[in-house]
Design a protein around this ligand. Structure first.
Ligand code: NDP
Length: 270
């Protein structure tokens, strides 16, 4: 019998997740379908109940529901607990829901496996203090960087995030004006690229050999990637690999099979 999965969000029609999961299912010969479902922003609870009644086995969750789903699920993994957001839900047969987040592990796999970056003892500058930034801090700390500085337009949000995570490693935070010194890896987790903007960073912020990563992706270079190239970053990467890797981790949680991601990333780039 075909098992049903979906991604929920609003808006959702441009989601690449159905294509990604269809490829994973084909590749691993899993009998499942995966659709994109738009849920009205004021009807999340009812939407989840409908999916449960229809026998869905699991869902991915995207903007703007990740934090609300975190509150609704019956069980959360430790990494979801810290991230304050859920992007993957398992519907259990007893009707209960488990929530996990795979965004952080997706970013780390993209950096370390797809691009062979070593983060141990490196200085990381994380731009942004929204849901995407929060979800990647603990997974990044497991790679043992020297430090993470979180820089955000609203400085207090970065300071609060640093407070949450600084018992796990050297994490500090503040406004963009407080960014000093040079960083080996700069990760853009702000929504600035959506507006074609770049956070205001000092000109000398990139260390020799630095890598710049924009969580956003698209056909053309984002404003941040253009900025990174102008500032002689050695490597510039977009968030497409993270998207596919977080999907692969969700697929593994649901099906117990780990799909190959490289071919799917290549497919999405064409
Ligand atoms: P949120 O709305 O939770 O946070 C937005 C963040 O961006 C805040 O820190 C905000 O600062 C900052 N920001 C917004 N506009 C600007 C600007 N013009 N200049 C500087 N900072 C700005 O969004 P998310 O954290 O959910 O998502 C952030 C980005 O990450 C999005 O582009 C999203 O597409 C991408 N993403 C990619 C994923 C992937 O798989 N590749 C997964 C998840 C997210 P302030 O606090 O001051 O408002």
């Amino acid at each position: 019998m075909t098992d049903h999965y979906a991604v929920i969000g609003n808006p959702i029609k441009h989601s690449k997740s159905p294509l990604i999961h269809a490829e994973f299912a084909r590749q691993t010969a899993q009998d499942l379908d995966y659709t994109a479902i738009e849920i009205p922003t004021d009807a999340l609870q009812a939407g989840l109940e409908t999916l449960r009644q229809q026998g869905f086995k699991g869902i991915n969750v995207t903007v703007p529901f990740k934090e609300q789903v975190w509150q609704i699920v019956d069980h959360r993994t430790a990494r979801a607990e810290l991230a304050g957001a859920v992007n993957t839900v398992i519907f259990h047969e007893d009707g209960s829901l488990s929530g996990d987040t795979t965004d952080g592990v997706g970013l780390c796999r993209d950096l370390t496996e797809n691009h062979q970056l070593i983060l141990k003892n490196k200085r990381i500058l994380l731009l942004g203090a929204g849901g995407a930034a929060r979800g990647v801090i603990e997974p990044l700390l497991t790679l043992q960087p020297n430090e993470i500085f979180i820089a955000n337009r609203t400085a207090s949000k970065a300071e609060q995030l640093a407070e949450i995570f600084n018992h796990l490693g050297h994490v500090t935070g503040g406004g963009f004006a407080q960014v000093t010194g040079q960083y080996d890896v700069v990760i853009n987790a702000t929504a600035a690229s959506l507006q074609g903007e770049v956070p205001p960073l000092p000109d000398q912020v990139l260390a020799a050999g630095a890598c710049c990563y924009d969580m956003m992706y698209g056909k053309e270079d984002t404003a941040f990637i253009k900025w990174a190239k102008q500032h002689q970053a050695e490597k510039t990467l977009d968030g497409l690999g993270m998207l596919v890797e977080q999907a692969a981790e969700a697929f593994y949680l649901w099906r117990g099979v780990r799909p190959q991601t490289q071919a799917v990333i290549r497919l999405l780039r064409t």
